[in-house]
Design a protein around this ligand. Structure first.
Ligand code: NAD
Length: 338
């Protein structure tokens, strides 16, 4: 590579980082994205590809190394005991197949023999809920994955989030899941806002994020927010759960009083992932909430631990996204951003 060439590439990388930092800020801190997700994803991939080709130009502070944005400063800061990371994406069947091969190689288990837990990828925002002696003591946003915002007063207003656990629960339990708004709730809320001459929200994700990060929890309480649990963080004492399976743990969360998406499935064969993806894709428009893909997680928790994490995402899970259909609706919605 000539000097001019390498300078050009370094500049291109810097420009992409600056652009993505700006988009992240708009999306996570201001809740006001200025470009469709597909465009963000395209630039993110471009940066990942360049950084992989030129590792000498890598940087710890590149957007590819981070989950989202640091807390905005208005709420008290919370440190996550177990980092709340993001998910890698697959945008087509080849990428999904490559992911399965990678997992199979790393785990030393034939692809056909891998068991998966499949969950629709809800389009809302991640929260962490901490329970001590069965009582909800803290709710937090994901933030940059290591530090989030304390939104306890706000999560307590969400009817689907239990304030007390049921049954035989651990002393200390952290539950993770997605806060989202149903399509009906979103439409109703926008109708009311229009009637009152207020600004309306661009989409349910944006509405959920805006509602959850209100400094006045009385405002949050009026918003039709819902919650589905999708993972456990800290569990103390580390009790012997019935089964070392992510799917079974989700069922366990249901017993402790959390709503879990009814569409989740345990799949015994990697090929079944593609069928599940197709079936959910066909149902997508009829589901009461918006989803933008399917999350496949290796079901065996010991294999998850063996595979671990890399930079911003676990190696044992992937978000297999649906093709972007948002560009047009997004352009239509652009005037409505709040
Ligand atoms: P992501 O949305 O691709 O996936 C991770 C998130 O998925 C988790 O944090 C969780 O909130 C959610 N999720 C939903 N269901 C889940 C389940 N069953 N299990 C686990 N997690 C589940 O990643 P991200 O880091 O939240 O956001 C990145 C995406 O956000 C980008 O791919 C882009 O589409 C969008 N984005 C857009 C802009 C923009 O300017 N338009 C800017 C930043 C990010």
């Amino acid at each position: 590579m000539t000097d001019t060439n390498s300078e050009q590439i370094a500049n291109q990388i810097e420009a992409l980082r600056a652009q993505l930092d700006q988009y992240n800020h708009e999306y996570y801190v201001l809740d006001q994205p200025s470009v469709p997700d597909a465009e963000y994803d395209r630039l993110f991939r471009e940066l990942q590809t360049l950084e992989a080709a030129y590792p000498e130009l890598g940087s710890d502070t590149s957007p590819t190394q981070r989950v989202g944005a640091p807390p905005s400063g208005a709420f008290r800061e919370v440190e996550h005991e177990v980092p709340m990371l993001s998910l890698d994406n697959a945008f087509d069947a080849d990428e999904m197949a490559a992911f399965v091969r990678r997992v199979s190689d790393r785990a030393g288990v034939a692809a056909e023999a891998l068991r998966w837990c499949a969950e629709p990828k809800l389009d809302g925002l991640a929260v962490s809920l901490l329970y001590e002696h069965g009582k909800l003591v803290r709710g937090a946003t994901r933030g940059d994955g290591y530090r989030g915002e304390d939104i306890t007063a706000n999560v307590k207003t969400i009817r689907a989030i239990p304030l007390h656990l049921r049954g035989d629960f651990p002393d200390r339990l952290e539950v993770r899941g997605e806060v989202f708004m149903s399509r009906v709730g979103f439409e109703r809320m926008n109708e009311q806002a229009l009637a009152a001459g207020e600004k309306i929200f661009a989409n349910p994700r944006n509405a959920a994020a805006g509602s959850l990060r209100q400094l006045d929890s009385r405002v949050t309480a009026k918003r039709p927010l819902q919650f589905y649990a999708y993972a456990m963080g800290t569990v103390q004492p580390e009790r012997q759960l019935d089964d070392d399976s992510h799917y079974q743990r989700l069922l366990q969360l249901r017993e402790w009083g959390f709503p879990v998406c009814p569409e989740i499935a345990q799949l015994d064969h990697s090929d079944a992932c593609f069928d599940y993806y197709t079936q959910i894709g066909e149902k997508r428009d009829y589901l009461p909430y918006e989803i933008d893909g399917v999350v496949f997680k290796l079901d065996a928790v010991d294999l998850q631990e063996q595979l671990g994490f890399v930079s911003r995402a676990p190696r044992w899970a992937i978000a297999f996204k649906f093709p972007a259909q948002e560009q047009l609706t997004w352009l239509r919605d652009v005037d409505f951003q709040v």
